[in-house]
Structures are given as structure tokens and as C-alpha cells.
Design a binder for this molecule. Sequence first.
Ligand SMILES: Cc1cc2nc3c(=O)[nH]c(=O)nc-3n(C[C@H](O)[C@H](O)[C@H](O)COP(=O)(O)OP(=O)(O)OC[C@H]3O[C@@H](n4cnc5c(N)ncnc54)[C@H](O)[C@@H]3O)c2cc1C
Length: 456
Amino acid sequence: MKQYDAIIIGAGMGGLAAGVLMAHAGKRVAIVEKNKLNGGRLTSWVHDGFTLDLGVHVISRGMNGPVAQCLQRCGIEPNLKFNTVRPTTSFKGEVFKFPRDVARYVPKEDFDKLMEFMAFIRSLSDEQSHEYDRIPLRDFLNRYTTNPFVHNAVNAICVVYIVVYEDTASTGEFIRCLNWEAKARSSGYPDGGCGSIPREYVKAFESLGGELYNGTAIERIAVEDGKAVGVYVNGELWRANMVVSNTGIKRTILDLAGEKYFSEDYVEYVRNLTYTESTMIMRIALNKRVTDVKMFSTISETPKTVFRDKLREGVFDKSAASVFAVIPSNFCTGICDEDKQLFMSSAGVPYGISRELEDEIFNYMLDFLSDMFPGFRENIRWIDKSYYQDVDAFAGEDGNCIGVAQCAGQTGADRPKIKTPLEGLYIVGGDAGGSGVGVENAINSAMEFFDNYVNV
Ligand SMILES: Cc1cc2nc3c(=O)[nH]c(=O)nc-3n(C[C@H](O)[C@H](O)[C@H](O)COP(=O)(O)OP(=O)(O)OC[C@H]3O[C@@H](n4cnc5c(N)ncnc54)[C@H](O)[C@@H]3O)c2cc1C
């Protein structure tokens, strides 16, 4: 029978980061991952000479953030080369720089209020930001201005960070994401695609003696005398002093461990947690380069909350749609041949919308890109789509983008706890602890886990 200090379920970034930190601390650790590929929502693969990401990523603080810091804590200098990129935002086809260009579309007093809002946010420390965790961003911004254009512009940034809209987003979380990114000034995308990040972590984990098992789904966490004691792998019990799940809080508590080991209140709490928007992604390979643009997003005139609410009702409102795309082959190596080009575009959508509606959105994205970039449509080599159902099948959690939504009531002191009420069972990644943008939030969760429950 196998026996470990810790078994980690899932090789997403939270699981890999926890594994590296524990292996470096001399623990005997196994990571068990259901997929052949590692990295969860940050995975990538090569098809026809193009490196494709499951998601469409930009890492908020690049080499100045948790991606590098976690490995550096273990004395490992990551072999990653990030290329800095900032989104070019456009409104009605014109380049739009936030916050400066808001002045072109709103009365002066609203613009002044926006600048006051930004200055206040920038003046806050991390500790002070937590005072605003429970306030939805829309309510907080309303204290300054109710101008819809200002709200749309701020919301566009919020969605890129935490993939929930201003009516539910936590102001405190928005403040931290914005301040950390502004301070680091190093948002970027790595050479070789985002999969090079989990690859670096796997290399580190294995070099520190960690054992990684791919293509192995855990169906059950073993519980004895009110304590998590291991996992069942193909019917065999693998024992561990700690079980660390990177599969999301709902799956861990409700399915893998089982409700019966928790109080009704806790089960109810877990059931009621909300996720970020689900995500659909389109990757378009071109036979020829048609633009030098690296990354862009658009702002719509209609509030994005209206767009989301209509989608929930089964209606795709083009007037409120926006497009976010990264063209990594324009600024990174190892993506495709130099004479070719890769576009990746994604959209956040409510869980449960139909495939027909997703197809309408995909078609809109294609039309938009064709209008924006002459030569785009004629040079399409192939298109690879992931519906949110595919993201769900690959990484779980309803195909949501980040994990438990960083909305008011689910961040800071209200974030699900890493240590579950079941002794020996912990949760790392986008669903518990942590703070920050996507991947960095997941790695921060793992560092928090290590500092509070391993390195003590
Ligand atoms: C389209 C899209 C765009 C995104 N854009 C960005 C961005 O620009 N910037 C950014 O920072 N973040 C972005 N993100 C979010 C980011 O990818 C996630 O927040 C982060 O990768 C989540 O990490 P995690 O640790 O929660 O693990 P996950 O990625 O959720 O991985 C969980 C792992 O657990 C495994 N697993 C599940 N069940 C089992 C089981 N029973 N047994 C074994 N293994 C199991 C899964 O296969 C998976 O590998 C994006 C995500 C998507 C989908």
C-alpha cells in the first residue's frame, strides 16, 4: 500500500504549487491528475504546429508575481520568458485608453469623479482594501458617479480580472487586482504558450522527488474515524496524512468526500457558493499574418450586466457584446511558424446557456475579427472551439473561468477556508483562500495553504 505525507488531487496550478512547496519542504507527496495534460485550466497543447491554450490567458504580474515567486521560494529560478503585453481597448472602432479616454464620452464632472475613485483606490493598502470586500463594485462606484459609460469602462476591467460583473464583484478584490497589477507593470504571456508554466512546475515537483500520476481520476476520498486518510485509486487505498484537493470545493465536499461527513450548515454553505461566469473559447489558426495587434478588448455601449441577463434568458444582444482576443504569435516565440498567426478569443457566458446560443456568439466573434482585420477570413486554416461544456469536461466546476467567484461575500474573510471541517482535508486553487487574478489567485491559495498548515 502506498503511503504519503500528502496526496494532492488535481494538477491545476493550485495543486502543482502546493506540491512543489511541500516536496521542497521534504514531504513525500503524490499528485494524482485525471487528465493526461497538466495545468487544468492553464494547460496547452500543440496541434498542426500551433500551441493552443485551453483558456485565453494573460498573467497579471508575469515574472513579478506568484508564478515566479512560488518557485523562487523553493530556490528554483523558473525557465520562463514572459513578454509584456497590455490590452488595446477599443470603443466603436476607436482606440480607447483607460481612464484618460473616458473624458471623451462623459461630462467633465463624471470624469473627475472617476479620477477621484481611481486615486482613492490607488491610495489603499492591501489591509485597507479588505474593508471593501463586502461591497459590490457597482455600489461603491455609485458613490462617485452613476454615469453608465464610466460603469461600463470600469466593469470591462473588472471582468478581465475576476470574470464577474460589477453588480456582484467584490470591491476589495477589484482593488487588490488593480493595485497589484499596476505596481508590478509586468502583465505578460510566456514564450511557448501558457502550458510552459505548469510544465515548469511539474519539472520542479519531480526534481524535488514528487510523484505525479496522470490519467488517474480520484473517485473517492477515504475517511476513517472522522478523518481524511487517503484516496482510492482504481479501487486501491493510497494513504496520506493530508489530502489536498484541487478539484474545487463543491466536487470535493459533495462528491469525493461525501456530505455525510459535514454538518448540514456547511453542506448548505458549499452548495450556495457561486462560480464566475463559464467560458467558451475559439482558437483560429491563420495561414498568413494579417495584423501586428497583440491583444485587444472592446467596450460596449450597453451595460454588460444587461448583456449577461439577456443571455440568461436565451437572447444574444449583439449591441452589448464585446470581444477579447490575444494574438500570442505576434509577441511570443514557440506559438507557430513566423509566417502564420494564432488568434485566441474567449467570452464569459452564464452556465446553462444552449449550444445554439454559444454558436451565435462564436459566429459574432468571427464576424467581428473579419471586419476588424482585412484578410482574416480568407486566411483561416482551421478553427478550434471549446464550448463551456468542454471546459467543464476537462477541468470541472461548470466550465467556469476561475473558481468560486470573487464577489461580495466570497472574498477576504468570507472566502471559503482552505482547511475543511473534516480533519486532514484541505482545498487549494481557485475555490478557497487566495486573492488576485485567476492563475495568481490559485497559486496564492497554495502558498497560503503551505504557510498556514504545512510550514508551521
Ligand atoms: C477561457 C479561460 C480564460 C482564462 N483567462 C485567464 C487569464 O487571462 N489570466 C489568468 O490569470 N487566469 C485566467 N483564467 C483562469 C485560470 O486558468 C484559473 O483560475 C486557474 O488556472 C485555476 O487553477 P486551479 O488551481 O483552481 O485548478 P484547475 O485549473 O481548476 O485544475 C483542477 C485540476 O483538477 C483535476 N481534477 C478534477 N477532478 C479530478 C479528479 N477527480 N481526480 C483527479 N484530478 C481531478 C482537473 O483535471 C484539473 O487539472 C482563465 C480560464 C479560462 C477557462
